[in-house]
Design a protein around this ligand. Structure first.
Ligand code: OOG
Ligand code: NI
Length: 451
């Protein structure tokens, strides 16, 4: 079975599991489908553009999820598990500046056809125990984690089988999906007693979530909306306690990168070890929606990061963040032509065959002339990744506002990659390659046309 098909099966199985575990997720998916249908009805050009970019057929099944693991070994095995489904680690996200003791990557398909088939992604975080101040607690957490096994033996055997044979047949693939699901399932029994949970929780809410359970429960699954402001409103009307601010860039005519919002975690009953009466609660799971815009070049991303940092600095001195963002982002051009001309966003180029038939471009015409003259049509490339500052906001909404500490260590991509067992793929390089490949293909067509 092609890896892309295994991923589609898995994404579907995760979605079914989460729907039955967290009813609000089902509600959220219905509401997003309704908002998307309305957005396309209102704006037929949007629907046509999405169709052209091969975004439309994937929209209904498009999901991302998130998990958190505790050890290097768990992360390394996850890499192998996701590889069976054609998902590679893309990007490095350092969450420590926001007081969250993890670093992360996103496992996702990378090539265009695979993304069009099913873009399922999993934002995957690794606990950084070294950031915790209390050495005793660090050791205790490490001891607890060392004892657990988050993959079923059969799952491990099927991963090995896939690695050796270069894939799985259909029966094996179905069994693999069922076995892999076990790793991400929710467990209402903790692996520790209540005092241990409380001690770890005292160090950091995230530490308790990662350390005290049998496995890395999927903590949300996110559908993609075409209008996040409308979806946010619909969430509130449906009684879902959406967080105050939408993370990411403010609303624009040409969406860029990623906007996200979530509703707070459910409070779930937990049975701790240590006999009857050892009951308690834990918040882990939540809901989220996202709206995706176009990918930014290194130059565009630098401008985004600068404007975001400036707005945050202003918000820290008392002005509302939403206002500071709206104000600051006036400096970010908001039409596709300028984004293209100034090299702020990535585009996939297509030759306009009618234009070419009427007249070939002048010899030696550069990209700007080819676009201005109508021979090349730029289509924005969708951003398929995540944003560290936004992710921190999503983490916080789930963990409770109490998390505000700073760590004195920086990100450590080298340590992350050594745990993972491979380098992460540079996400911007993927967009550069996609843009360059589309341009090269256009140039071949234009030269044939001219010859
Ligand atoms: C992950 C939070 C980040 C996103 O979409 O940016 C995230 C987590 O809470 O484990 O999911
Ligand atoms: Ni998310």
């Amino acid at each position: 079975m092609p890896a892309d098909d295994i991923r589609a099966l898995f994404s579907r199985a995760m979605s079914d599991m989460y729907r039955s575990e967290v009813p609000q997720y089902g509600l959220l998916c219905e509401l997003v489908a309704r908002v998307n249908a309305q957005a396309m009805e209102r704006d037929p050009a949007l629907a046509a553009r999405l169709q052209g970019e091969r975004q439309l057929e994937r929209l209904d099944v498009e999901r991302h999820g998130a998990i958190r693991v505790g050890t290097a070994q768990e992360l390394a095995t996850l890499r192998r598990l996701f590889a069976v489904m054609g998902m590679q680690p893309v990007g490095y996200y350092d969450l420590s500046p926001a007081g969250i003791p993890v670093h992360s990557t996103a496992f996702r398909p990378v090539d265009e056809a695979a993304l069009a088939r099913n873009p399922f992604r999993v934002f995957t975080s690794l606990l950084r125990l070294e950031l915790l101040a209390d050495a005793g607690l660090r050791d205790e957490a490490a001891r607890i984690l060392a004892k657990r096994r988050i993959f079923t033996p059969r799952c491990l055997a099927l991963i090995e089988q896939a690695e050796q044979a270069g894939g799985l047949d259909e029966a094996q693939a179905r069994e693999f999906v069922a076995q892999a699901l076990e790793t991400f399932r929710w467990h209402s029994e903790a692996t520790v007693d209540l005092p241990t949970y409380q001690r770890l929780r005292g160090a950091h809410a995230l530490v308790a979530d990662i350390v005290c359970f049998k496995g890395p429960h999927i903590n949300h699954l996110t559908p993609r909306t075409l209008d996040i402001d409308a979806a946010q409103q619909a969430m509130r009307q449906a009684g879902l306690a959406a967080k105050e601010v939408v993370e990411g860039p403010p609303r624009r005519d040409v969406p860029i990168l990623l906007r996200q919002t979530s509703f707070l975690a459910l409070e779930e009953s937990i049975r701790f070890t240590g006999g009857p009466g050892a009951g308690g609660t834990h918040t882990a799971r939540f809901g989220e929606i996202e709206q995706r815009g176009c990918a930014l070049t290194r130059k565009g991303r630098a401008l985004y990061d600068t404007l975001l940092a400036e707005a945050q600095a202003r918000a820290a001195t008392g002005s509302p963040l939403a206002e500071a963002m709206a104000e600051g982002f006036r400096r970010f051009p908001d039409d596709a032509a300028t984004l293209q001309r100034e090299g702020l966003a990535f585009f996939r180029y297509a030759v306009d065959a009618d234009r070419l038939r009427r007249a070939p471009p002048p010899p030696g015409a550069d990209l700007a002339a080819l676009v201005a003259g109508g021979w090349l049509q730029p289509q924005p490339i969708t951003y398929e990744d995540f944003l560290p500052v936004s992710a921190a906001g999503i983490f916080r909404s789930n963990l409770g506002a109490e998390v505000r500490e700073r760590f004195d260590q920086q990100g450590n991509q080298v340590a992350f990659e050594s745990a993972l067992g491979t380098a992460v793929i540079d996400e911007i390089a993927l967009y550069e390659t996609a843009q360059a490949a589309s341009l090269a293909a256009c140039m071949r067509v234009l030269h044939q046309g001219a010859a």
